[in-house]
Design a protein around this ligand. Structure first.
Ligand code: BGC
Length: 729
């Protein structure tokens, strides 16, 4: 039961939410949970990871390819679609254990009862492949046509992204071959269809796509089943001729057959779950929500490449430009580090590969070193626009400073590289580019800080912390602490290389001309100001002057809303001059650097900031949950845990920032849910190089178990009310 997510009726208002909720994918592509007969109006899409395009000067975003799964039924000339004909019964189901999407619909028609059952999967075994089994059952004899093919009219936010899209047939295959506008990336979608009943097949093509019309003189009580195989390749795959690659691939899959393709896919899922499943006893709601979160982390993992990373909305579409944010390093990486180290390595390599882009960004602002993109795409250049939000009142783009001022991104990247190196105990992470990333990030901060003569300290001015509602503030505690960490890490990293990898050290120092910077960084680190708890209250001020902002309640601020889509930040947003913050900021610092602060300080700050936090970002609740666990208040943490874990199940999330659509899935919340279960409730941590536990289960839970990989060995962990155990498997 706790592997199935389902919907037992059709609700037109939920089409977009369900597209996210029932997403299937494999890291290479994601297919939204829409019905087979849906088109771009219902946000149907097959979204590709790491393939970007810019058209007509609009925002660059990931590309959605023509929909090879499109299928619709006609009976006696009349289209049967959930959109046009009311159904008598309808079930949409996702088996998260095997990544299998199913729909069953029953219609009462003038031809009697007609049932459609369609199951499909995006293969985990072959990242280019999607398969579908589509069956129709008629109560009475009728003339039916199954129209199935490739729909060229893709859903885009800032498209159209193809300068050309040709369709055609080749042997028994149909295809769409499209070329992107900006970079002329060649994209092939090939489809092969199998069925073994008598039918008359014709192929039609036009502006909307290429379709097979399978005409059947259907007899009562016989199931007519078609098997569809769809293969997607792009020239980014580096395999040469995309047409040959896709046509061979889809032909081979069809030769293997649907059942065997499914078996190989399902086997991969079972292997994944063996180590990544987290089971808990006593709480079915939490169990399904947590597993569902892990399901999402599995379907977006870029296992096949290190040329891209995970977008903030996963593979659910083009929201947020399909770009990679700090979400990956700070909220997703831990899951992969502990359960899928190869994917973790790929995520780090992506940042190594995009270092040049980060250098370009830094120098563009007149700084040195590496300033990573706030919204990163394939080159590491920033996709974030200067005007990232549209004002709902004037319709004008608003100048936002996410790209210019959220400098913590470089510290997040450096943090992640070091975490990965430490956790995997693998020096190659540093040698193969990680060290260069860390040093260049440190150099960027060295060039960013200011010396405040009267206070004899370095300060960091004009930044945005994680709380985006307060722009251009000075000495954001989180940012300053992260920069300190980057300096510290850079020095440690250089020392390590110098001691154990002399040649590599010399080479790197020469390559990036860093010797003087090591001294500079060491000097600045000693005098860098990191805001500390106030002596009287124990509260850490989020940034200079935060305490002087209007201290009002969240409800008061909500009471000032004039338009439900209005943006709370920016120059005149309703939160900007108040103490209401968008997301965990000081709290994140307390979590990441937990050893620096006492339980009392953590508790005081939790109690202070929690009522002032809107959780306007899905990245926020998990951090409050994690710190709640550390202060022995796991019940407080439990509510935030459920909120995080079920965000894409309930669909309760912000859909707009100003008038910009920001809906989609929330990978960072999924990663956060896993972190709360494992690091929060189980209290898993590393102590003197060994795995250790500090269990604090929520009341309802009687047992929590999970697997992990540490230094190449697999382990199981089990926590009960009375004990915590770790053993090798
Ligand atoms: C959050 C950022 C986050 C981004 C993408 C924003 O709403 O404030 O911290 O990186 O969404 O998830």
């Amino acid at each position: 039961m706790s592997w199935i997510v389902e919907e037992k009726c059709f609700d037109r208002d939920k089409i977009i939410d369900n597209g996210n909720k029932y997403l299937t994918g494999n890291g290479y592509m994601g297919f939204r949970g829409t019905m087979e007969e849906f088109t771009k109006s219902e946000f149907t899409c097959c979204n590709l990871a790491g393939v970007y395009d810019r058209c007509d000067g609009k925002w660059r975003e990931t590309v959605n390819v023509p929909n090879g799964m499109f299928t619709v039924l006609f009976c006696e000339g009349k289209e049967l679609s959930l959109l046009t004909t009311e159904s008598a019964e309808h079930i949409q189901k996702l088996d998260i254990k095997h990544g299998l999407h199913t729909r069953k619909t029953l219609w009462h028609t003038s031809c009697g009862e007609i049932n459609i059952t369609a199951e499909r999967f995006v293969s985990l075994d072959n990242v280019h492949l999607m398969c579908m089994k589509y069956s129709v059952h008629f109560e009475k004899a009728c003339n039916a046509v199954i129209k199935t093919g490739i729909d060229k009219n893709v859903w885009d936010i800032n498209g159209p992204h193809f300068e050309s899209c040709e369709t055609g047939t080749a042997c028994k295959l149909i295809y769409a071959h499209a070329v992107t506008d900006e970079l002329k990336i060649s994209t092939a979608v090939f489809e092969k269809l199998l069925f073994d009943f008598e039918a008359n097949e014709t192929i039609t093509s036009g502006d909307d796509g290429i379709y097979r019309n399978i005409e059947i003189n259907a007899l009562p009580n016989i199931e007519y089943t078609i098997y569809k195989f769809v293969s997607v390749y792009t020239s980014n795959d580096g395999l040469g001729d995309v047409i040959a690659a896709a046509s061979n691939d889809v032909s081979q899959a069809a030769d293997v057959g649907y059942d065997k393709c499914y078996d190989s896919h399902a086997k991969r899922w079972e292997e994944r779950w063996k180590i990544s499943d987290v089971t808990l006893e006593g709480d079915d709601d939490a169990q399904i929500a947590l597993r569902y979160s892990i399901y999402h982390l599995q379907i977006i993992a870029p296992r096949h490449t290190d040329r891209t990373s995970i977008a903030a909305r996963g593979l659910s579409g083009q929201t947020y430009k399909g770009a990679i944010f700090w979400d990956t390093e700070m909220f997703l990486l831990p899951f992969y580090l502990y359960t899928d180290p190869e994917t973790a390595r790929n995520l780090i390599k992506y940042r190594v590969k995009t270092l040049e882009g980060a250098r370009r960004k830094a120098s563009g602002y007149g700084f040195r070193g590496a300033f990573y993109a706030w919204e990163s795409q394939e080159t590491g250049d920033d996709a974030c626009s200067d005007y990232n939000v549209t004002d709902v009142f004037t319709g004008r783009p608003m100048r936002t400073y996410f790209k210019d001022k959220q400098i913590h991104i470089s510290a997040d990247v450096a943090y992640a590289v070091w975490e990965t190196y430490e956790f995997l105990a693998d020096d190659s992470i540093l040698i193969d580019g990680g060290a260069e990333v860390i040093l260049e990030c440190a150099r960027f901060f060295y060039s960013y800080v200011y010396y405040k003569e009267d206070k004899h300290r370095y300060e960091i001015l004009d930044v945005i912390g994680t709380d985006e509602y307060h722009e251009r503030v000075n000495n954001n505690a989180f940012t300053n602490r992260m920069v300190y960490h980057t300096f510290d890490t850079a020095l440690k990293c250089a020392k390590l290389l110098e001691c154990y990898y002399k040649d590599e050290f010399v080479k790197l120092m020469d390559k990036i001309n860093f010797r003087d910077d090591l001294d500079n960084i060491s000097r600045v680190k000693e005098k860098l100001y990191v805001p500390q708890p106030d002596e009287a209250t124990g509260i850490i001020e989020q940034f200079d002057g935060y305490f002087q902002r209007e201290d009002c309640t969240l409800d008061q601020v909500r009471g000032r809303i004039l338009d439900s889509k209005e943006y709370w930040g920016g120059a005149s947003g309703i939160a900007a001059d108040t103490m209401i913050i968008k997301q965990a900021d000081v709290m994140l610092m307390l979590y990441l650097f937990g050893n620096d602060y006492s339980e009392v300080i953590k508790q005081k700050n939790w109690l202070y900031y929690e009522p002032r936090t809107e959780h306007g970002s899905s990245l926020s609740p998990c951090i409050y949950a994690l710190v709640a666990c550390e202060i022995g208040s796991q019940q407080w943490g439990y509510d935030y845990f459920l909120k995080t874990a079920s965000i894409d199940l309930t669909g309760k999330s912000k859909q707009f920032a100003g008038s910009i659509y920001i809906g989609g899935t929330h990978p960072a919340a999924s990663g956060g849910a896993w972190m709360v279960a494992v690091f929060g409730f189980a209290g898993l941590h590393i102590e003197n190089g060994e795995l250790a536990l500090s269990p604090r289960l929520p009341e309802k839970w009687s047992k929590l178990s999970f697997g992990l990989i540490y230094k190449g060995e697999k382990y199981m962990v089990e926590i009960t009310k009375s004990e915590g155990r770790i053993w090798k498997i």
